[in-house]
Design a protein around this ligand. Structure first.
Ligand SMILES: Cc1cc2nc3c(=O)[nH]c(=O)nc-3n(C[C@H](O)[C@H](O)[C@H](O)COP(=O)(O)O)c2cc1C
Length: 320
């Protein structure tokens, strides 16, 4: 009889039954894809980015397809934290998996206020702080590009909640490890790497940007090798768990992130192409463990072999 591998992982005190999480902004408020599969099967669900007050977001067009990628400039359209707690959360009670709220504010005070509101809600298991959105004029990515500001936001959220705090970093910086260390020192329990990469597309006939916002955030398979590299760098720079994401389309992509040391992974743009991707990845990862006789998924995490012919040993070379 085949054994069933233990797929559970711990991300900063939040124990989840498998390492597959749906990424913020690609899975609605957690209740929209219930007719495709039972969301209780997921490791966790991260809901759409929430702000203190409702936000209309940017004007359309807000999404453009690019080769192997998607450019979006949604601008964090959302119903606001209070309406989420009042109107959306009750229907999520039947989903037996942790719900993580993704929050962003226009000021450090707003982040702190949101943490206080979330603290009172049992159903919310953890907070992912978005200090990395490229599509809003004020706040968003600005908080994630300066180590002191990133640390201050983290500190204020951590001080106002007992729930695990995950900080989601932007890749749009010179050295992501500086920001990663800053938020770790400020008390973050985990880090998500990465949000989208700034990009743009032009309509050559109209000679206008394709997005009304001019620029947007690039996601999807086009960013996977860069996201993987950033995860590798951050894993080496901090001691807290790292959640990897960026262009994960199938279980092999997920395995690459786990092998470089991501404790869990998130599925984003792939949900928009095939809403069942995350479930497929869970099933395929389980089958992979079975076929490789791996009894615990943690055996794969960080199992990157360095050294040997054609490879430098870990620590041999420091990127300049
Ligand atoms: C349409 C769309 C909306 C998004 N909204 C959010 C958001 O509200 N908050 C956030 O932190 N990230 C948001 N993201 C970023 C994703 O969560 C993820 O970090 C990014 O897309 C990279 O992963 P992927 O290549 O798997 O999509 C959004 C991405 C897309 C495509």
């Amino acid at each position: 009889m085949a054994f069933l591998p233990d797929m559970s992982v711990d991300i900063g005190g939040l124990k989840i039954k498998n390492p597959v999480i749906t990424a913020s902004g690609t899975f609605g408020y957690g209740d929209e894809l219930t007719h495709f599969y039972d969301p209780s099967l997921l490791g966790a669900i991260i809901v759409k980015g929430l702000s203190l007050r409702p936000m209309p977001g940017n004007p359309p067009p807000r999404v453009v397809e690019t080769p192997c990628g998607l450019l979006n400039a949604i601008g964090l359209a959302n119903i606001g934290i209070e309406a989420f707690i009042r109107e959306k959360l009750p229907s999520l009670v039947k989903i037996k998996t942790p719900i993580i709220t993704n929050i962003y504010g226009h000021s450090i005070k707003q982040y702190a206020e949101m943490a206080k509101k979330i603290e009172k809600v049992d159903r919310i298991a953890a907070i992912e702080i978005n200090i990395s959105c490229p599509n809003i004029e004020e706040g968003g990515m600005a908080f994630g590009t300066d180590p002191d500001t990133a640390a201050m936001v983290t500190d204020q959220v951590v001080k106002n909640t007992t729930k695990p705090v995950i900080v989601k970093l932007t890749p749009n910086v010179t050295d992501i490890t500086i920001i990663a260390r800053a938020v770790e020192s400020a008390g973050a329990q985990a880090i998500s790497v990465t949000n989208t990469f700034l990009g743009m597309a032009v309509d050559v006939s109209a000679r206008r940007p394709k997005l009304a916002n001019t620029t947007g955030g690039l996601s999807g398979p086009a960013i996977k090798p860069i996201a993987l590299y950033l995860v590798h760098k951050v894993v080496e720079a901090v001691r807290i768990p790292v959640i990897g994401l960026g262009g994960i389309m199938d279980y092999k992509d997920a395995l690459e992130f786990l092998i470089v040391g991501a404790r869990a992974i998130q599925v984003g743009t792939a949900n928009l192409i095939n809403p069942k991707t995350a479930i497929q990845i869970i099933n395929d990862l389980t089958d992979f463990c079975l076929s490789e006789k791996i009894s615990n998924i943690n055996q794969i995490i960080g199992d990157l072999k360095m050294g040997g012919e054609g490879h430098e040993k870990k620590g041999d070379r420091k990127d300049k």
